[in-house]
Design a protein around this ligand. Structure first.
Ligand code: GDP
Length: 295
């Protein structure tokens, strides 16, 4: 495991060898390599800075373990810190005090929000939880149709009022419908813009206030690199997220966005999207992501 990082650190190790102990002076080059590896994995540069500072502190404070060479020990410290920051174990979807549970999906256009709405509905349906998907993206008629098509495909009902209604009213009425029908989980798909704008945020905040969600999941495209950090910061400051779904992890992204999202919002990544198909959703595991980021 972590062959790539070990290889990178080869030259640095030569200098460390024989010194037996990690010290302030001999660790700097190794930290520099970790910094580069994380930046290449698209972790936000400010996040990299604070992460590397923490690794340095941990490495300098580490007891030398007999039988383990300083290289192995250093890599383990980096790995352990990554897992720790990303949340140790898988964080399940929050439950509601009383049904229906309300999940609000947020994110930029193209991030994979509508697809993730259907993926999540299918995932929950397989656990015998009934779902209703609510289409509030009145700005793109295609978005409503897309949700209806996905709903038909997975046999999950969709609540919509066309493009003429107000998103807040649609969300509110969708929730009522779920209550009346005894549905377990309502997943509300919202409008996204290509870029963050105030109007979009204000509307999203209104929808949130109207339905008082148990989860606000930010859907982030893992391929957007450094931008994932800005998106997370804006959404978290403006509406407050409770978790995230990192999409398009079937591509060649190393997943550094996961570390950025978690560090910036303090909220866990709950799922990853691993394909265009509606079945392509998996729970997020911090240890697996740590390995991917380091390799
Ligand atoms: P929205 O605008 O945020 O609702 O985004 P969509 O759900 O319409 O997705 C935008 C595009 O990304 C579509 O072509 C999806 O098929 C694709 N997509 C969404 N999630 C994934 C994923 O996990 N992997 C891949 N490869 N494509 C995805």
């Amino acid at each position: 495991m972590f062959d790539a990082l070990a290889e990178r650190l080869e030259d640095t190790w030569k200098k460390l060898r024989g010194q037996g102990k990690i010290s302030q002076s001999n660790i700097q080059e190794a930290l520099q390599e970790v910094r580069k590896a994380l930046l290449e994995a698209d972790v936000n540069f400010q996040v990299v800075k604070s992460f590397v500072a923490e690794v340095e502190k941990n490495a300098l404070g580490a007891e030398v373990i007999s039988g383990v060479n300083p290289q192995q020990q250093f890599i383990k410290i980096v790995y352990d810190e990554l897992v720790k920051v990303m949340g140790e174990s898988n964080a399940p979807l929050a439950e509601a005090d009383k049904p229906p549970r309300v999940v609000l999906m947020a994110g930029l256009q193209g991030a994979g929000k509508t697809t993730a709405t259907a993926k999540l509905a299918l995932y929950l349906q397989k656990q015998k939880r009934s779902c209703l998907m609510v289409a509030t993206d009145v700005y793109r008629p295609a978005a409503i149709q897309q949700l209806i098509t996905l709903g038909t495909q997975i046999s999950v009902p969709v609540f919509e009022l066309g493009t003429g209604a107000n998103p807040v009213d649609i969300a509110r009425q969708g929730l009522e419908e779920a209550k009346n029908k005894g549905i377990d989980t309502v997943i509300i798909d919202t409008a996204g813009r290509l870029q963050i704008d105030q109007e979009m945020m204000a509307e999203l905040a209104q929808v949130k206030d109207a339905v008082n969600p148990d989860e606000v999941l930010l859907v982030v495209d893992s391929m957007t690199g450094q931008e994932a950090a800005n998106v997370t910061r804006s959404f978290h400051e403006e509406i407050g997220i409770t978790g995230a779904i990192l999409t398009k992890m079937d591509g060649d992204s190393r997943g550094g966005a996961a570390l950025s999202i978690r560090t910036i919002s303090g909220q866990p990544i709950k799922f990853i999207g691993v394909g265009e198909k509606v079945e392509a959703l998996e729970p997020f595991y911090p240890d697996r992501m740590a390995s991917r980021i380091l390799n």
